[in-house]
Design a protein around this ligand. Structure first.
Ligand code: G4P
Length: 546
């Protein structure tokens, strides 16, 4: 599994988009909070020598500089809310690492990012095994067919037995773990790994504070036995057990999200990070033609096309700009090109294209399939929208997730109503919260809906700091949202405890205080449409005629 891409010959005559796409690996690191996502992101970047000293990427409270935390609130809370993309080269490969927020309250943001990647790296804490978010995220990846590479992290600390962890993934996730490396040394005594492909021992040596790329030494089995004795013998025995059980890497089931290659690491010591990069290069898929709506997947060599998976405003307090992040699906993007916006049919000039990672921004002149383009001041562009050149294409909308928290927002100062409206509209478009309205409540008191309550805090903070509009939030007692249709509105509105509102994308949403109330209404009125909101945001999708 070592750097095979670097040895591939150049292919003359192959279109740029295809050649460049084959070099790309676009992925996200996902995990339950605290499994080590920020640490691993930093370690990956460090390993690729983008950032010369550990501590420069992530921005947990008390750590050094912050690249990916841009809001005061993030700094104060030590959380990372924004999603951005870090690009670096590794050998001949181009790695696009899309950042995801650490806190479960922002999981909707994470799900959007997952729509833009070709693979995911799932971090599991060796001591904790599978946790609540791990389950959910594995589920989402399976549902969306995203291949997952699993990294068992924190092996430098006492933790669970490696075989037991494999069983847990297999039994509870119904996902076959196929370790590519196997730890030598018990958790807490991490000596290195057995490379299951070559049978070699990769020995790790600690560097002070883990602040530079960890030293790795390869040796054959005989040398490993001499150096590590029983720890090596145990690793080999377990490796043989895995082999007998058929737990070897299988590319087809990996791509189908039915098996997951596993690596063992200590992100904080940079152990196993180099192997992860090699596995990404050798095993993770490069961009393939992206399915589109109503026609076949658009070939990579077709003219430029992309879809927007993230909108972010207020990233730079000096500029107050709004950036739409688009994942390139086909062709070559060149800054300055005029692209079509599928949802409005209008042209859009891309003079201000940027590559953005946290506070760092660079003008982006070219991008290829798998890359992320940040389009500045793309006011009319929304999440899930398609941009293209040449033959029209529309990519499927990005699923939004069912909110479980609801609150009425009102302006504290009625004199600042205009700012209040502008903020609600913009932050709603960005997907910070979902905005629901009804004639009954009126425009001055919309209902905000969120997957996690911390979204409200971010909303409140940004309304004040970016729009100068302080708001009052009054929580509502609903916990369940369902999609309904206009003909069912009147009947639902008559039901005790039920309210029907219109989401800003036009979808009618019925809110229920409890699941049992929903079940009662469904039982009493079986003809009424009450659909789950997950993976269903077709309302905005209304492309103009060709
Ligand atoms: P997250 O982004 O997934 O939320 O996790 P993060 O990287 O912030 O890591 C959470 C904690 O786990 C941090 O400790 C971090 O140092 C630690 N950690 C990450 N990877 C490893 C590892 O491989 N081994 C060990 N032993 N610890 C690891 P903290 O105390 O919260 O922060 P800090 O003060 O150490 O930075």
């Amino acid at each position: 599994m070592r750097g095979s891409l670097a040895q591939r010959p150049a292919r003359p005559g192959v279109p740029d988009a295809i050649r460049e796409a084959s070099r790309r690996r676009t992925f996200a690191v996902i995990s339950h909070p605290d499994a080590g996502k920020s640490t691993l992101t930093e370690a990956l970047a460090l390993h690729a020598r983008v950032i010369s000293e550990a501590g420069a990427v992530h921005g947990k409270a008390g750590r050094r500089t912050t690249v990916s935390d841009w809001m005061d609130m993030e700094k104060a809370r030590g959380i990372s809310i924004t999603s951005t993309a870090l690009q670096f080269t590794y050998g001949d490969a181009v790695i696009n690492l899309l950042d995801t927020p650490g806190h479960a309250d922002f999981s909707e943001d994470t799900y959007r990012v997952l729509a833009a990647v070709d693979a995911a790296v799932m971090l599991v804490d060796a001591a904790k095994g599978l946790e609540a978010q791990t389950f959910k995220l594995f589920e989402v990846c399976r549902h969306r067919g995203i291949p997952v590479i699993t990294v068992i992290n924190k092996w430098d600390r006492p933790g669970r037995d490696a075989l037991e962890l494999m069983d847990e993934i297999h039994d509870r996730m119904d996902l076959r773990p196929t370790p590519l490396t196997w730890p030598v040394g018990a958790p807490g005594d991490f000596r290195g790994v057995l490379d299951r492909t070559s049978g070699e021992f990769v020995r790790f040596t600690r560097t002070p504070g883990g602040s530079s790329v960890a030293e790795e030494e390869r040796m054959d089995a005989a040398a490993a036995l001499e150096v590590e004795g029983e720890a090596w013998t145990t690793a080999v025995e377990e490796h043989d057990l895995l082999r007998a059980d058929g737990a070897d890497h299988d590319h087809a089931t990996f791509l189908a999200a039915r098996s997951t290659p596993v690596l063992f690491a200590s992100a904080v010591l940079n152990f196993g990070v180099g192997q992860l990069l090699e596995v990404l290069v050798d095993v993770a898929p490069s961009p393939t033609p992206h399915p589109s709506v109503g026609s076949d997947a658009r070939p990579l060599e077709e003219p430029f096309s992309a879809f927007v998976f993230k909108i972010q405003a207020g990233m730079d307090p000096q500029h107050r700009d709004r950036i739409a992040f688009a994942r390139v699906c086909s062709g070559v993007f060149e800054r300055g090109m005029v692209v079509n916006h599928a949802q409005t049919g209008k042209p859009f000039a891309t003079k201000y294209a940027q590559a953005v990672f946290g506070r760092d921004r660079a003008t982006l002149d070219r991008a290829y399939p798998g890359d992320v383009v940040g389009l500045v001041n793309a006011a009319s562009i929304g999440i899930g929208d398609t941009l293209y050149v040449g033959a029209r294409v529309t990519y499927p909308p990005i699923p939004s997730f069912a909110p479980e928290h609801f609150a009425v927002a009102t302006a504290r100062d009625s004199g600042r109503y205009k700012q209040f409206q502008r903020g609600i509209e913009q932050l709603g478009e960005e997907g910070v919260v979902q905005v629901l309205r009804s004639d009954l409540r009126g425009n001055q008191s919309p209902v905000l809906a969120a997957v996690g309550p911390m979204q409200f805090e971010v909303f409140e903070h940004r309304m004040k700091s970016e729009f100068n509009a302080e708001i009052r939030l009054s929580p509502l007692g609903y916990t369940v949202a369902r999609r309904t249709r206009p003909e069912d509105r009147a009947l639902l509105a008559q039901q005790r405890g039920v309210e029907v509102l219109t989401r800003s994308d036009g979808m009618l949403i019925a809110l229920f205080p409890e699941r049992w109330r929903l079940a009662n209404v469904q039982r009493d009125h079986p003809a009424v449409l009450l659909d789950s909101l997950v993976a269903d945001v077709t309302a905005r999708f209304d492309p103009p005629a060709a």
